[in-house]
Design a protein around this ligand. Sequence first.
Ligand SMILES: C[S@@+](CC[C@H](N)C(=O)[O-])C[C@H]1O[C@@H](n2cnc3c(N)ncnc32)[C@H](O)[C@@H]1O
Ligand code: SF4
Length: 410
Amino acid sequence: MPSALPDGEPVPHDGALPASALAGAAARPLGFYLHVPYCATRCGYCDFNTYTATELRGTGGVLASRDNYADTLIDEVRLARKVLGDDPREVRTVFVGGGTPTLLDAADLVRMLGAVREEFGLAADAEITTEANPESVDPAYLAALREGGFNRISFGMQSARQHVLKVLDRTHTPGRPERCVAEARAAGFEHVNLDLIYGTPGESDEDWRASLDAALDAGPDHVSAYALIVEEGTRLAARIRRGEVPMTDDDVHADRYLIAEEVLSSAGYDWYEVSNWATSDKARCLHNELYWRGADWWGAGPGAHSHVGGVRWWNVKHPGAYAGALAEGRSPGAGREILTEEDRRVERILLELRLREGVPLDLLRTEGLAASRRALADGLLDPGPYEAGRAALTLRGRLLADAVVRDLVD
Ligand SMILES: C[S@@+](CC[C@H](N)C(=O)[O-])C[C@H]1O[C@@H](n2cnc3c(N)ncnc32)[C@H](O)[C@@H]1O
Ligand code: SF4
């Protein structure tokens, strides 16, 4: 959840949605994203809506504190119940993300999940994930999460090389994420993900291969690999501008992506979204699939985004303002937009083209279809699915996914 918020129309004080958003809801899956906006220290590359204790000091008093955060977030889950009214849906996925969710007590995360269960009910096979920083968990913590109903965990490994972790300002040591996977398995987690970043200044091809090998040796059933994005306004961007660390270029990113695909696919991890690989369909992240397929999700927490039936809204960013709104019985929503048919068409193309299954060609207009034929001729789209009416990226297409999608939405 990047930290910049769009403009939009105001959200009503009670958070009410237009009737059109709730129409036909029973047929759509519902997920919950629970944001935890705290980190022990801020990584120099990170632009997410998260705050260190120092950054919060003097900016929101007790309201912004993480001590009572779980109760505040639970207030928003209760508000969601009121807004969604007699919506009969059980929740298919819950994803606790950050920030660093595991800076809170495990009991707090379990209570937050409990509020979703109490207000909505969880589907029998619900996927319940939390993100975790490797340095912030131990076997007892992981056992408490598992006993409390979490069944999937995602560790921010990023790299196996100390010099790369240092440029990223990560505080864990090489080897710790791999031990976390073993500890999570011992605690009974069936699904475990490792997040990796490639293209960090100073990282070599060999460093990247070592990171992939170390991740695979740990035996997660899911790996996410992201190209490092140098976000404006971050400490890393400033260091690159000052020439303290080199910028990596697109060719390096492409080479690293090809290495990832080669190493992961030969170890039995199949890509299902441009940045995500899993050992089986059951190991895919269902929560992210809800986002990518335009389902309904409620994002609770400061700066969190939600989408229900074509209405997208986002919360105020600061934990103090967020808690203040809920304490006064108001929705923490800062703005919203009601998506037009055209917005939804474009969004489907943007998101679904990145999936292995691709996007139906009948979503494309004349110009987009012509662009798809060019992309096919250029080897960026796969002929088999194209014949069957879908635009699905080839490996070369995945390297150029942003450019392909730009042409297809016309
Ligand atoms: C925002 S973090 C939250 C989870 C946890 N705090 C952590 O750092 O692992 C989720 C993931 O986003 C990815 N990420 C964050 N900022 C990024 C950036 N600028 N470029 C690429 N990936 C990034 C990292 O791989 C990270 O594991
Ligand atoms: S620990 Fe995660 S969320 Fe926190 S600053 Fe680092 S990357 Fe961002």
